[in-house]
Design a protein around this ligand. Structure first.
Ligand code: SF4
Ligand code: SF4
Ligand code: SF4
Length: 356
């Protein structure tokens, strides 16, 4: 008899037997970069989510234009769109809505036309605008995820001078909006999103929707706190150079690149810690300045991108006296520590500890 016995669970839990639809609208003002990024997720991968490979995950039915075969020529767009129409008619329960791309302001058209749409209305033959889909589906969704900076805060399309009046999903629905399940819009910014940040958030909401996780913790800008609670600088491989006042003046250097335009000290993003794909990469870690793409003020407040941030000038000037002194002292200490104790040598006398 073994000293312990393991219980092998063969029957699915009620949560694992549940079916949740995931409806994905990528027809805001979007480049589809977040859809593409998600295919690179590994922690967990989208395949693991879709196949319910993680314990406790419910069955998922993904309706995602990037991969859905119902989008293909043999099916036509109507088969794919029928899921969205069902959700609109209240025949799809429950579902999570993922929005990719910013929401243009359709009220700005003085003489007809539209900025962005997602399929046609079969009754009129006219396009259904992205904002109309939001109006129709938001009251029926269990949760809404805004994926990527365009969908969260407007992003590139919402910068100064744009003609569309583009905005993020929380701008459109209101920051105080909550779903019928009481969940605010969940924002996963990034241009594009860090793949695992999105796959992890989807997973969390699936657990929450099946009663296996508490309310998702979000910050004031509706970002998951455990993903966006720290700055780029706090996780950057180059932070040691910054602390020693050692700054790169040209690309190709391993030193801190704040003088080349890095905004990492004030930007909330976990990419340097998490990497981009499978733990590898991460903007400043691999030599790219942080341009603040996860922030509501992106892009306008970070431009021009290649200039040293104004705050960087002050902080690097302030740290120079400390950094250069401490670097010199560390060099002396480092040389001492880089030398073996002198008693490690042959001879007839035991010198251990007697000489240093
Ligand atoms: Fe594309 Fe960036 Fe907008 Fe995502 S956030 S749709 S990657 S422009
Ligand atoms: Fe901070 Fe950017 Fe320098 Fe990294 S490269 S240490 S994030 S300023
Ligand atoms: Fe965007 Fe900066 Fe994060 Fe890179 S490190 S993903 S530029 S916020």
């Amino acid at each position: 008899m073994p000293s312990h016995t393991a219980t092998k669970r063969t029957d699915p839990t009620p949560a694992e037997e549940a079916l949740i639809h995931v409806l994905w609208i990528n027809a805001g003002l979007s480049c589809d970069g977040d859809s593409v990024a998600l295919t690179a997720a590994t922690q967990p991968s989208i395949e693991e989510i879709a196949l319910g490979a993680l314990p406790g995950l419910p069955h998922i039915s993904m309706h995602w234009p990037l991969i859905d075969f119902e989008c293909g020529p043999e099916h036509g767009a109507d088969d794919f769109l029928e899921w969205f129409r069902k959700a609109d008619r209240g025949e799809l329960e429950p579902f999570v809505l993922i929005v990719e791309g910013s929401i243009p302001n359709e009220k700005l058209h003085a003489e007809g036309g539209y900025w962005s749409g997602f399929g046609n209305n079969p009754e009129t033959g006219q396009p259904i605008t992205t904002s109309e889909w939001l109006d129709r589906l938001a009251p029926k969704a269990t949760a809404i995820i805004a994926a990527g900076t365009c969908a969260t805060y407007g992003g590139i399309h919402a910068m100064a001078g744009n003609p569309t009046g583009a905005m993020g999903v929380p701008d459109y629905l209101g920051y105080g909006w909550t779903s019928k399940a009481g969940i605010p819009v969940v924002c996963v910014p990034g241009c594009p999103i860090q793949p695992d940040n999105l796959s992890e958030t989807i997973t969390y909401l699936l657990y929450q929707a099946t009663g296996q996780a508490p309310m998702i913790p979000l910050d004031d800008n509706l970002r998951p706190t455990w993903l966006f609670g720290h700055t780029v600088h706090e996780g950057c491989d180059r932070a040691g150079y910054y602390e020693q006042g050692d700054f790169a003046t040209e690309y190709g250097s391993p030193k801190c690149i704040v003088k080349l335009g890095c905004w990492g000290p004030v930007v909330k993003c976990n990419v340097p810690k998490r990497g981009w794909m499978n733990g590898i990469g991460g903007c400043p870690n691999v030599g790219g300045i942080c341009i603040g793409c996860t922030m509501p003020g992106f892009p306008d407040k970070f431009m021009p991108f290649m200039d040293e941030p104004p705050g960087g000038k002050l902080s690097t000037t302030a740290i120079m006296p400390y950094g250069t002194t401490i670097r010199a002292l560390r060099k002396i200490t480092g040389n001492t520590l880089d030398t073996e104790p002198r008693w490690r040598r042959p001879g007839s006398k035991l010198l251990t500890g007697a000489v240093r």
